[in-house]
Write a new protein. Structure first.
Length: 259
């Protein structure tokens, strides 16, 4: 299927690896030119070179912390007007409600709620003026089914979901769509870190933790970043103009719900 977005320009945040990288590559495979972002310049430049060489699209790499106002401003200035925005940021660390203080929540909100909202607010005017745009936020399955130990993430990402629910419907008539992708466990550094933390806490082997995790996923495995990226690319396509304000799970069936 031709996604109809060849020649468009996308800003993909936190895209040197993991789910953001999967989205960047899927868009590049459709002929979309990219501005990719991450905190560390080395891995980011490696990703940019690979994507340029593999997909023959224009790629601008800009290292900055997208969760900070200064970094966000620099990335947006480098990107200019974009047709597609994919927001993404690493989740806050796991822990217990007993340990979190106000600053912990503010940090989580800045990274996983307020930063994507600021990015959305920045790109919407030009998208609306142009009569077309696609915004996809990478959130988490924890919005629909809170994950134990991830209370900071559960809270912040739920706040973003509420903002998107209203805003997506407000701007839909302009040709701009906003949707959320809710990943479950994928084969990423984030999942490895969570599994490693669980193994250390239980004094267990990492393999045992992963085996137990697989048992909670009907698909019996972790997802891949290419699977995730493919759905992101579809949501950014010309075929997805009637998908508005939705929260789409990619969790291998882990969330047991009829809705």
């Amino acid at each position: 299927m031709d996604m109809g977005i060849k020649g468009k320009t996308a800003l993909v945040c936190a895209s040197s690896k993991g789910l953001g990288r999967g989205c960047a590559e899927a868009l590049a495979g459709e002929g979309v030119n990219l501005i990719i972002n991450a905190r560390s310049n080395g891995p980011l430049e490696e990703a940019a070179k690979y994507i340029r060489d593999t997909y023959a699209v224009h790629v601008t790499a800009f290292a900055a912390d997208i969760t900070e106002e200064e970094g966000r401003a620099k990335v947006l200035a480098a990107a200019g007007d974009v047709d597609i925005l994919v927001t993404n940021a690493g989740g806050p660390p796991p822990g217990s409600w007993r340990d979190w203080n106000r600053n912990d929540f503010i940090t989580a909100l800045d990274a996983n709620m307020l930063s994507p909202i600021a990015l959305i607010q920045s790109v919407l005017p030009s998208m609306i003026e142009g009569g077309w745009g696609r915004i996809v936020n990478i959130t988490s399955m924890s919005v629909k089914a809170p994950v134990p130990g991830l209370g900071l993430s559960n809270s912040a990402r739920s706040g973003l979901t509420g903002f998107v629910a209203g805003t997506a419907r407000e701007v839909a008539h302009t040709g701009v769509t906003i949707n959320n992708l809710q990943p479950g466990f994928h084969k990423t550094d984030r999942s490895l870190a969570l599994d490693t933390a669980a193994a250390n806490a239980e004094n267990s082997k990492l393999e045992e933790i992963m085996k137990r995790r697989f048992q909670t996923i009907p698909a019996g495995r972790y997802g891949t970043i290419s699977e995730f990226g493919s759905l992101c690319a579809f949501l950014c396509s010309v075929h997805a103009g009637f998908i508005i304000g939705q929260n789409i799970l990619l969790d291998g069936g882990a969330v047991n719900s009829t809705m």
